[in-house]
Design a protein around this ligand. Structure first.
Ligand SMILES: Cc1ncc(COP(=O)(O)O)c(C=O)c1O
Length: 459
């Protein structure tokens, strides 16, 4: 084998090995906690023997080849292989094996730009198929055009800075995420909060009332309405369709915050009556951080996606069709390619949202059998993420336990469950998203088992 061939051979083998390891990782994760099924075990054996063969082959051809050692920080990140992870905001962003492979292949800085050709803009690149991905993304959320962004927050920022004038008002919910406040602040606007009702739900009436109040006080309608479909505090569902109608009746642009929806449940911006749909890749689209999407209608596209008019006063330079809000090109490399690689899976999984909600309700129902447990989120659940309260159960144990609140984390950890906030036994959030039914049953039984061990009544 000549030297050039040898390098290519090695490079390909390296990818194959890394990819095979990602497949193994996923098989191990799926088989938690009950062990591998026959199918999983067969796959596992196949990959392991393939890997063994590869290494042997490499060893023979290259005396100097050494196994890669992963140390320090990298080794800390083992949670997904060892535990069922109920961390509240990680579940929807967990990478698919395809995304992990994309991260390996496209981790280098400007890797996405290998084939960037005229007109020199990220969303026009055809290899890899970034251009098609943009069209698919827009269609996926029922809008006309889309851009990838480094996180939902950058989507809020692009819209706010395009349409808010200094002193303009923006209506948000009393449960709005802080990034919405900051986006408005950055654009020189003022936030007004529409209150949620006694059930912690934001209604269309509340938004309409706030708009009327703003109009009375300032003589001007708000410049924007920005509302989360599910909020980050309780993950309750808010009346997004009603609010979309109100926005249309008043003629106010409406930004739909789908940080907790786009990528895990079906979202159609047009049906909602949204002018802008924002999603978070690392929260809900099985993508590496930071990543997200901003989609809009033809009507708004020219404004939000406006291109530069700047000319260098000395050099006379112009900058083609670079978009101002995204400083030319936005999300490159590994985060973008992870989004693209996960996309087919993400599209498919949104069709099974009802099943995720069923699993969430199954767990919560079991959780509520433990005397003193409460669910603070709306119930029955409409989402996989819930806020629960264990003050009347596990926190009572914590008061006299020598490990205090950490006893609960210890008990979960012993059973292969991680992701709760260590030491938290009062109110805390957790998610069942993406767990199999076996894992849901195991999780529910584990909670019951812990309660039983500490003499808490089970109903
Ligand atoms: C409701 C909500 N909106 C927006 C964001 C910000 O999303 P990102 O991290 O993608 O910018 C979050 C993050 O936690 C959130 O909970």
């Amino acid at each position: 084998m000549d030297e050039q061939m040898n390098k290519k051979y090695l490079a390909n083998k390296l990818f194959e090995t890394q990819f095979a390891l990602e497949d193994l990782r996923e098989i191990v994760r799926q088989s938690l906690p009950t062990g591998m099924s026959n199918d999983q075990s067969e796959h596992y054996d196949e990959i392991v023997s393939g890997l063994g063969g590869l290494l042997e082959d490499l060893g023979k051809k290259n005396g100097q080849t050494q196994p890669v050692k992963i140390v320090g920080d990298l080794m800390c990140r083992t949670r997904e292989e060892e535990f069922i992870n109920i961390q509240p905001i990680q579940a929807g962003g967990r990478l698919t094996p395809e995304a992990r492979k994309a991260v390996i292949a496209y981790g280098d800085g400007y890797s996405t730009c290998d084939n960037c050709r005229k007109p020199f803009r990220l969303d026009k690149i055809e290899k890899p198929s970034i251009s098609t991905f943009h069209t698919d993304l827009a269609e996926f959320v029922g809008m006309d055009q889309a851009r990838v962004v480094p996180g939902a927050r950058r989507g809020f920022q692009a819209v706010a800075s395009s349409i808010i004038e200094k002193g303009d008002t923006v209506v948000v919910s009393t449960f709005a995420h802080y990034t919405e406040f900051l986006a408005v602040e950055g654009a020189g606007g003022i936030v007004r909060e529409a209150p949620v009702n006694e059930h912690n739900i934001l209604t269309a009436e509340s938004v309409a009332h706030k708009i009327d109040e703003v109009k009375r006080e300032t003589g001007k309608l708000p410049a924007l309405i920005m509302i989360d479909h599910f909020d980050y505090l309780f993950c309750n569902e808010h009346d997004i369709y009603g609010i979309g109608k109100v926005a249309q009746e008043y003629g106010i642009p409406f930004l739909y915050n789908g940080a907790y929806t786009v990528g895990i449940m079906p979202v159609n911006g047009q049906k909602i009556g949204a002018d802008f749909v924002v999603g978070s890749g690392h929260k809900s689209m099985a993508s590496a951080a930071p990543s997200g999407v901003l989609a809009t209608t033809e009507e708004w596209a020219d404004k939000i996606f406006r291109t530069t008019q700047m000319v260098g006063d000395v050099t006379g330079r112009k900058f083609g069709i670079k978009e101002v809000e995204f400083l030319g090109c936005t999300l490159m490399g590994a985060p973008l390619l992870s989004m693209m690689a996960s996309f087919p899976h993400v599209k498919e999984r949104t069709k099974h949202w009802d099943e995720e909600v069923k699993k969430s309700n199954y767990f919560i129902n079991e959780f509520l059998r433990i005397e003193g447990n409460e669910v603070l989120s709306e119930f029955p659940r409409k989402h996989a993420l819930s806020k629960v309260d264990t003050t009347g159960s596990f926190d009572k144990v914590a008061k006299t336990h020598k490990r205090k609140g950490y006893f609960f984390s210890d008990e979960l950890k012993k059973r292969g469950i991680a992701g709760e906030f260590p030491g938290a036994t009062r109110s805390w959030k957790m998610s069942t998203y993406g767990l199999s039914w076996d894992q849901i049953h195991y999780l529910s039984n584990s909670f019951i088992e812990i309660a039983d061990k500490y003499d808490i009544n089970i109903n």
